[in-house]
Design a protein around this ligand. Sequence first.
Ligand code: MN
Length: 448
Amino acid sequence: MRYKSMREWLDILEDMGKLKHVKKAVSIEHEIAAVGKKACGRYAIMFDNPKGSNIPIVTGLTGSRDFFSKALNVPVSELASHFEKAQTNPRECKIIEKHLSPVKEVITKDVDLGKLPIPVHHEKDSGPYITAGLLIAKNPETGERNVSIHRLQVTDKNHLGILMLPRHLMHYYRLAEKKNQPLEIAIAIGLDPIAMLSSQALTPLGQDEFCIASALYGEPMELVKCETVDIEVPAHAEIILEGVILPNVRELEGPFGEYPKYYGPRGKREYIELTCMTTRKDPIFQTIVPATDEHLLLGGIPREGGILQLVKNAVPTTTAVHLTPGGTGRYHLVIQMEKKNEGEAKNAMFAAFGSSQEIKHVVVVDRDVDIFNPVEVNWAIATRCQAARDVMIISGACGNKLDPSTKDGLSDKMGIDATVPLGEPEGKFEKIRIPNEENIDLEDYIEG
Ligand code: MN
C-alpha cells in the first residue's frame, strides 16, 4: 500500500506539485466552493485559514482521471476494469487497537458541529452541508456493513438532515424503523481516494464496500471501533461523527445543489442525532464541491467498473464503457465493442439499462472510436447511425429522481447504435489516415 490516509495522499499531491495552499482568510460561505470549483481538475486546494475556524479545509483531491490514475496506479483507460477486478475480488478489513488510530486522538461526547468549518456551497443551498462524509451502517438483522455518501445538512450543533435514495442504507433504515429502533451510523470525513472510491461501488446488497477498498490497497483496510455505536470506521480518517438515524422522525432538508447541476428540492427527510465526535489532534476538513468533476468522477468510475462487468456478461465482445462528464457521470453511457454479430449493440444496451436506474442514454460504438473523446463519439453517431434503424426508445422506465426531466423518477431510455453494420463493402467505413502522421512532431517543422 502506497498510502492509507488522506494525509499521505496530500503528501503525494504535494510532491507532484498538484496541491496548492490558500493562505489568506477565505469565507466558508460560497467562497471556498467557488475557488475549489475553479481549481478542480488542475489542483487540489488546501485552505489554511477558513474564516471562523482554525481547522483547514481541503477540496479537489481527485479532480480528474489523471489523479485517479495516480491514486490507483493504473493508466486512465484501465480505471474501470481495475476497479471491477477489485470489486469481484474483495479482501477482508482489519480492526486495529484504539491507541494505534489517529482519529481517536481527541474524543468528545459533546458534539458541536459549529466547531467544524462546514461550507455552504451553492446559492440556494439551505445551509452548510457535509458533502464528503462516508456514512457507515450495519444491517440490523445480519450485521453486514454498508458504506455510502449522502448529502448531510447541518441543522444544529448535533443534528444532520440526510437524503437517502432507495438503496442499501434506506433498506437498513427501514428494517430498524419497522422495529421502532434507531439505526446506528458513523460518518467518516477526511479520507484517501481509494476509501472514497470504494464507497461508490455498484454492489449487491450486503457486499461490504470497505472490502473493495482493501482489494484496491492490496492489504486490509484498517478500521477501529466507535465509542458510542457498534460500528467500525476508517482508523486513519480525520474526523468521525457517531450517531443514529432516528426512527419515525422527518425534518425539512434542502434545497441543495446536486450533481446534475440542479437543486434537489426541499422536503421532509430522515434525521440524524450525533452522539460522539472523534478527531485527530489537528484535523483537516474535507469537502467536495457538488457537481464538479471530483464529484462526478467519484461516482462515475466505480459505476463504469460495475457496468462494464454486467455488460460484458451479456455481450462478451464489449471492450470498454464510459460515463461522460456531460451526462453528469451518471446518465450518458458510451459502450465500445468489437461487434461479431448483428444485434449485439442492442443487447448491450439492455444490459446497461438493467445495470443502474441512472443510465438514460446509451451510445454503442466500434473499437476504432475513442470513447473518452466526445468529438469521436459524435462523429460515430454522425456517420454510422441511421435513426429509424439504430435508435431504440423505451418509455416509462425507472430513472433517477434528481433528473428534473423525469416524472418523479419515471424516465424514458434511449439507445443509439453507432456501430458499423456488419457485411458492408470493404473500405466503406475505413477511417482516413495520413501515413506517418502519428510520428510527426510539429515542433520539428515550424520555426520561431
Ligand atoms: Mn452497498
